[in-house]
Design a protein around this ligand. Structure first.
Ligand code: NAD
Length: 490
C-alpha cells in the first residue's frame, strides 16, 4: 500500500514570494478514509487583496522578461513534475481520492500543458498591417492582459490549474490562484517546483480560501484583468456577474451533460470497455464524462450484459492500493447528491441493474465517501439523472429508435461541453459528431483531451478555451500602434 508523501511545502498561503500566516485554517480530509491529513491556513479577503497587489507589483518585471526565458521556466516545470510524478501523484490520491494510476496520469497531463505553453510562449506574434495612407503603417501587438485570477475545482486539482497557470505565465501575466478547498495540498506543492524551475516567487500567488470570498476580491481588484474559472455553471454565472462591474474578461470552463451515442452498428464489447473506463475515471467526477448514454433498443440487452459483467468485476477501493479501478467521491455530500439523483430516477421507473460495493469489504474505508458504481437503465429525458450533471460513477442508459431522435435529444440541454459517438461506419459517426452542439467530440475515443487542442464548452458550458493555440489568447490583449513610416534617409 502506498502512503502519503512527506510534505515538501508549507500548508499556508503563498503570497509575494513567501509562505504567509493567516488567522484561520481548515482541515483537508482523505476521501478514502475520512481522516484529516492536513490543516491549511485559509487566505481571507485581506490576504487575497495582498496577493492581487503583489501579483500587480510583479507584473512589470515578468511581462517584460523574454518569451524564451518564460518558456524555459515552464518546460523545466514540466520536467520537474515528470521527475517527481510519484510523490505528486500520491499527494493527489490522498486529498482527491482518485486511484494512483489516474493521479499519475493527471501529473503527466499537467506536465503536458507546462511543456506545450512553454513552447507556445515564443510563438506569440503580432503583425504589421498596411495602412490606407501610404506614409503610415499599423503594428498589431499582442500583450499580456495583466494579473490573472485563476479559480480551480477539486476533480483535477493539478491539471485544471496547469492549463491556466502555464498559459497565463507564458503570455507574460502574473497570477493569483485559488485552488478548491478540498484539494489545496497539490496546489501548495506546485510552488517549490515552480521556484526550482526559476519562477520569481511573486509571479504566482496561491490563496486557499472560500470561493465566494476570494472570488469577490479577484473580481473587484483593478489590477486583475482576466478571471479564469473551472467549476460549476452556477459558480460561473456568479463570477461572470461579479466581473461585469470592472468589465473584466472571463474565461469559463463549466459543467457538462455529455451525450454518449451508441450507433446501431457499434461493437458492444468495445463500447462497454470504453464506457466503463470513462465512467470509472475519477469515479465519474469529470465535467466531460458521459452523462446520458443513448442506446439503440435492439442493442440494449446485449450492452447491459456486457456492461454489468465488467462493472461488477471492477475493483473499487482505496486509490493508494494497486489495481484499483475507482476510488471514493470527494465527500459525503457528493454521495448524497448522486444517490438522490439515482433514487429519483428509480421512483420515476428507472431500474438499477447492478451496483458494485466491493469497497465495503475493507473496514478501513468505512469512514470514506464511497458511492457504488452503478448501471441504471430505462432513464427518461425528464429525470434528474438525465437533466443534471450526475458527477458520480453511474451509467445512465436511455433507449432510442432513430439516430436522428437520439441526436435531437442529445442537444436538448443547456450544456454543451463534450459528446461521444461510437460506431463502425465512420461516415455515420462523423455526421452525428458534426450535429452535436458541444465543444469536443470523441469518436470511438473516451478521452480526446490533449494540450495541443483547444478545449472549451458552448452554450452554458463556458466561454473561451484552454490548450492549443487558443489557450494563451485568453491572457493576451491586442494593441494597435499606428505609426508614420520612416522615410529612407537621403
Ligand atoms: P465549484 O463551482 O463549486 O467550485 C469551483 C471553484 O470555484 C472552487 O475553487 C470554489 O471554491 C470556487 N468558487 C465557488 N464559489 C465561487 C464564487 N462565488 N466566486 C469565485 N469562485 C468560487 O465546482 P466544483 O464542485 O469544485 O467542481 C465541479 C464542477 O466543475 C462541475 O460542475 C464540473 O462539471 C465543473 N468542471 C468543469 C470543467 C471544464 O473544463 N469545463 C472541468 C472540471 C470541472
Amino acid at each position: 500500500m502506498r502512503t502519503i508523501p512527506p510534505f515538501w511545502f508549507e500548508t499556508r498561503p503563498w503570497v509575494g514570494g513567501e509562505w504567509r500566516s493567516s488567522s484561520d485554517a481548515f482541515d483537508v480530509t482523505e476521501p478514502a478514509t475520512g481522516r484529516t491529513i492536513a490543516t491549511v491556513g485559509r487566505a481571507d479577503a485581506a490576504l487575497a487583496g495582498a496577493a492581487c497587489d503583489s501579483a500587480a507589483a510583479a507584473f512589470h518585471g515578468w511581462s517584460r522578461s523574454s518569451a524564451a526565458d518564460r518558456g524555459l521556466v515552464l518546460t523545466r516545470t514540466a520536467a520537474l513534475l515528470t521527475a517527481r510524478r510519484d510523490e505528486v501523484a500520491r499527494l493527489i490520491t490522498a486529498e482527491q481520492g482518485k486511484p494512483y494510476a489516474h493521479a499519475a496520469a493527471e501529473v503527466d497531463y499537467a506536465a503536458s500543458f507546462f511543456q506545450w505553453f512553454g513552447e507556445e510562449a515564443r510563438r506569440v506574434k503580432g503583425r504589421i498591417v498596411p495602412h490606407p495612407q501610404a506614409d503610415r503603417e499599423f503594428f498589431v501587438e499582442r500583450r499580456p492582459a495583466g494579473v490573472a485570477g485563476l479559480v480551480t475545482p477539486w476533480n483535477f486539482p493539478l491539471a485544471q490549474a496547469a492549463k491556466k497557470i502555464a498559459a497565463a505565465l507564458a503570455a507574460g501575466c502574473t497570477a493569483v490562484w485559488k485552488p478548491a478547498e478540498a484539494t489545496p495540498l497539490v496546489a501548495l506543492g506546485l510552488v517549490p517546483l515552480l521556484l526550482e524551475a526559476g519562477l520569481p516567487g511573486a509571479v504566482l500567488q496561491v490563496v486557499p480560501g472560500r470561493g465566494s470570498e476570494v472570488g469577490a476580491v479577484l473580481a473587484a481588484h483593478p489590477a486583475v484583468r482576466v478571471l479564469s474559472l473551472t467549476g460549476s455553471t452556477e459558480t460561473g454565472r456568479s463570477l461572470m456577474a461579479a466581473a461585469a462591474a470592472g468589465i473584466k474578461r472571463v474565461s469559463l470552463e463549466l459543467g457538462g451533460n455529455a451525450p454518449f451515442i451508441v450507433l446501431p452498428d457499434a461493437d458492444t464489447a468495445f463500447v462497454a470497455e470504453q464506457l466503463l473506463r470513462l465512467k470509472l475515471f475519477v469515479s465519474g467526477q469529470v465535467c466531460v464524462t458521459a452523462n446520458r448514454v443513448f442506446v439503440p433498443a435492439a442493442l440494449e440487452d446485449r450492452l447491459v450484459t456486457e456492461l454489468a459483467d465488467r462493472l461488477m468485476a471492477a475493483r473499487v477501493g482505496d486509490g493508494m492500493a494497486d489495481g484499483v479501478d475507482a476510488g471514493p467521491l470527494i465527500h459525503a455530500r457528493a454521495c448524497a447528491d448522486v444517490g438522490g439523483r439515482v433514487a429519483a430516477a428509480v421512483a420515476d421507473g428507472a431500474e438499477i441493474v447492478c451496483a458494485n460495493r466491493s469497497y465495503e469489504a475493507d473496514e478501513r474505508l468505512h469512514g470514506g465517501s464511497f458511492f457504488p458504481p452503478s448501471l441504471v437503465r430505462g432513464v427518461g429525458d425528464t429525470m434528474r439523472l438525465a437533466r443534471e450533471e450526475i458527477f458520480g460513477p453511474v451509467i445512465a442508459l436511455s433507449r432510442y429508435d432513430r439516430v436522428g431522435d437520439a441526436v435531437a435529444r442529445a442537444n436538448a440541454t443547456p450544456a454543451g461541453l463534450a459528446g461521444y459517438v461510437y460506431g463502425t461506419d465512420l461516415a455515420a459517426c462523423r455526421a452525428v459528431a458534426s450535429a452535436l452542439e458541444v465543444g469536443i467530440v470523441g469518436v470511438n475515443e473516451w478521452r480526446p483531451l490533449k494540450a495541443e487542442i483547444p478545449f472549451g464548452g458552448v452554450k452554458e458550458s463556458g466561454i473561451g478555451a484552454e490548450g492549443g493555440e487558443e489557450g494563451i489568447a485568453e491572457f493576451l490583449d491586442t494593441r494597435v500602434v499606428s505609426m508614420p513610416r520612416p522615410p529612407l534617409p537621403a
